[in-house]
Design a binder for this molecule. Structure first.
Ligand SMILES: *Cc1c(COP(=O)(O)O)cnc(C)c1O
Length: 347
């Protein structure tokens, strides 16, 4: 099995002394669309299923590098602020490596599946009265004062590891796609993908670069409006971020690639979330659906993708947030233990 630390080591900040840890991250499926490709008139449409990573989101790609480097440096504890997935990932890799893990989350604003993952892995989870941006400020100060490794995407190893998703897409397609759609929260991922595609081209592995199409949630659209949002609001908790840490990286990815950073409403996100599951069988978490919502919005606004290769990144697994899922889905049909009653439903 070749996991990302091995397979892409030439592109990663690792040395002979870096422990080759893995719990199965990377190598996620790139699945061709069966229905939406035609409905949206794309030449080829693929979904990159990052929910298939070990903790159910792309965060594992960066976390494996950050934690391996922390181990190499002799660190005994890691900490992060999180809207959920970073904490699930930090908790898992921390547990795998025997590190102490501390997590600061905005109290009441994290999907229960993610909280459960962190708690079961043994992380010390602190729920703070405040939003994500305030949690991040707090852990920054804390790690300046104490010997604890910060594993938020401010840790440069996170973004380095996340580049590997771009490599996998290019390897699978034999070239970079023409367009890459993805959600934007803290903007580390769009920064990482762009760096990955650029480095792959520089290394002669591909001849082209994609246009980067990033989508924030309307109530948390700091980059779109070019101002910090003090009280970000969206149902897509993974992108409920008002002051993206990698703001400049996202703007550079947009401008250098000839792409866009736009926003989608919660209604558009939820509609795409249901479509993705009901038409393609792909159950992503709400934030993930911002990529498809963005694709739908772009096509509706006149973007023509005929003859184009398009990839939508589905960043996290739908099982993380079953509250939202059950509110969005048709309700359970309840029957007595009686064949006739079941036949009435089935026939
Ligand atoms: C973290 C996350 C995002 C946002 O990624 P950024 O790098 O913060 O822009 C989107 N979707 C999911 C599922 C995430 O976990």
């Amino acid at each position: 099995m070749t996991r990302i630390l091995e397979r892409y080591r030439d592109f990663l900040p690792i040395t002979a002394a870096t422990p080759a840890i893995t719990i199965g991250e990377g190598d996620t499926p790139l699945v061709r669309s069966r229905k939406l490709e035609k409905e949206l008139c794309c030449g080829e449409l693929y979904f990159k299923l990052e929910g298939c990573n070990p903790t159910g989101s792309f965060k594992d790609r960066g976390m494996v590098v950050a934690v391996a480097r922390a181990m190499e440096a002799g660190s005994e504890a890691i900490i992060c602020a999180s809207t959920g997935n970073t904490s699930a990932s930090a908790a898992a890799y921390g547990a795998h490596c025997g590190l102490k893990v501390f997590i600061l989350v905005p109290r009441g604003n994290i999907a229960l599946g993610k909280l459960a993952q962190a708690l079961v892995c043994g992380a010390r989870v602190i729920g703070m009265d405040g939003n994500f941006d305030q949690c991040l400020q707090m852990v920054r100060t804390l790690t300046q004062r104490h010997p604890i490794t910060l594993v938020n995407s401010l840790n440069p190893h996170r973004i380095e590891g996340q580049k590997t998703a771009a490599f996998e897409i290019a390897d699978a397609l034999g070239q970079a796609p023409d367009y890459l759609f993805l959600p934007v929260g803290n903007a580390g991922n769009i920064t990482a993908y762009w760096r990955g595609f650029v480095q792959y081209r520089e290394a002669g592995r591909t001849g082209n670069l994609p246009r980067m199409m990033g989508f924030e949630a309307e109530g948390a659209a700091a980059i779109v409006h070019n101002k910090v949002i003090e009280k970000p609001e969206t149902i897509a908790t993974a992108i409920r971020i008002g002051n993206p840490a990698s703001w400049q990286g996202a703007v550079a990815a947009r401008d250098e690639s000839g792409g866009i950073i736009d926003c989608v409403s919660d209604d558009e996100i939820l509609k795409a979330y249901r479509m993705l599951a009901a038409k393609e069988g792909i159950f992503g978490e709400p934030a993930s659906a911002a990529s498809l919502a963005g694709l739908i919005k772009s096509v509706r606004n006149g973007l023509s993708l005929t003859n184009r290769k398009v990839v939508c990144v589905i960043t996290g697994n739908g099982l993380k947030d079953t509250d939202t899922a059950l509110k969005q889905a048709p309700s359970l049909i309840e029957v007595p233990a009686d064949l006739a009653a079941i036949e009435q439903v089935v026939l």
